[in-house]
Design a protein around this ligand. Structure first.
Ligand SMILES: Cc1cc2nc3c(=O)[nH]c(=O)nc-3n(C[C@H](O)[C@H](O)[C@H](O)COP(=O)(O)OP(=O)(O)OC[C@H]3O[C@@H](n4cnc5c(N)ncnc54)[C@H](O)[C@@H]3O)c2cc1C
Length: 296
């Protein structure tokens, strides 16, 4: 916020409902009461993007077939768990376990507050199970998670036991499919750009959605920073689609492949393990696709 400085006005609590749909007029969004015009409107409004629905109606949101939860156990309650992670973790203080379509991932975030003194970060975990989102209270949902993962190896049960219901966040797992034909659209002297989940939400199999959103933002900034409103800005918007769409499509393809393998039901575990182990391997190809980003 300090870096943004005083020249930028920030308004929170505004629900964008209206998108001006005229290529000859300047881009604009509104909440039904006020309208804001700009040479460039950036839609970073997530998987249910109002902007995408108006600008790229061919793209739809499809359910991922999973329910997912995440939580961060803050350091002041995690100091004992850190010792446990050190004992059980072989590849550093993070890990992922898959089995019977269920998945559990954990990672240490921020500075390790071994004495519980640090107030930032903590231990993050996410759990994924097949099926739809659960309607129960967070207390009941946490009870279900503790039951589903009861037989799993340490520290999974310990992390679930240390989580407060108030820290539990259930998240829809859905994807934008098909992906919009373009990530940017002309209007007036510039237009609209979609970034992040608004453009290309995908299920979290590669844990890359937020990273892709940051790559989109860095690419867009690199391309439009010196483009004057008019032909140069419109060309920069076309270049944004040309740079980002093919790589996002590639990563989305890898994500769906990994998802299909990780979701292997009981009995198909051998096939799954073989698929994950084949050199250079499914995961290797997926992480190679992710590592291709170069900032313009
Ligand atoms: C279980 C799970 C685990 C994940 N793990 C990882 C991981 O390890 N690594 C990773 O990189 N990614 C991960 N992801 C994906 C990541 O969470 C998303 O890709 C990322 O949050 C997308 O960011 P975004 O800014 O595009 O959208 P969002 O985070 O959805 O933000 C959109 C914002 O727009 C606002 N908004 C929406 N509509 C409107 C409107 N009409 N008017 C005004 N504001 C509006 C919303 O309130 C919200 O603040 C995971 C996802 C899940 C579900």
């Amino acid at each position: 916020m300090a870096g943004i400085g005083g020249r930028v006005e920030i308004r929170t609590g505004i629900d964008v409902k209206v998108v001006r749909m005229s290529a000859s007029q300047v881009a604009a969004v509104g909440d039904g009461k006020s309208t804001w015009e700009a040479d460039l409107v950036v839609g970073a409004d997530g998987v249910d993007s109002v902007l995408r629905r108006r600008l790229a109606p061919e793209a739809a949101v499809v359910a991922g077939g999973f329910a997912a939860w995440r939580a961060v156990i803050p350091w002041y309650r995690a100091s004992e768990l850190i010792g446990l992670l050190d004992r059980v973790a072989t590849g550093g203080p993070s890990g992922e376990t898959v089995g019977d379509g269920h998945r559990f991932r954990y990672a240490v975030l921020g500075q390790r507050g071994s004495a519980g003194a640090s107030t930032r970060g903590g231990i993050y975990w996410s759990a994924t199970v097949p099926g739809a989102a659960r309607p129960e209270s967070s207390v009941a949902q946490l009870g279900l998670l503790r039951r589903w993962f009861a037989e799993w190896h340490a520290p999974i049960g310990d992390l679930l036991a240390a989580t407060d219901p108030g820290e539990l966040i259930q998240q829809d797992v859905s994807a934008v499919w098909p992906v919009p034909r373009a990530f940017a659209f002309h209007a007036g002297a510039g237009g609209y750009a979609l970034i992040g989940d608004a453009a290309h939400a995908m299920a979290h199999h590669l844990a890359a959605g937020a990273c892709l959103a940051l790559e989109d933002a860095a690419t867009l900034v690199g391309l439009v920073a010196t483009a004057a409103p008019g032909p140069a800005l419109r060309a920069a918007l076309d270049a944004y689609t040309a740079r980002r769409r093919p790589s996002v499509l590639r990563i989305g393809r890898q994500s769906r492949r990994v998802g299909a393998v990780l979701a292997a039901p009981r009995g198909a575990a051998r096939t799954r393990d073989a698929a994950l182990g084949i050199a250079p391997g499914l995961m290797g190809r997926a992480s190679h696709a992710i590592r291709q980003f170069r900032r313009p």
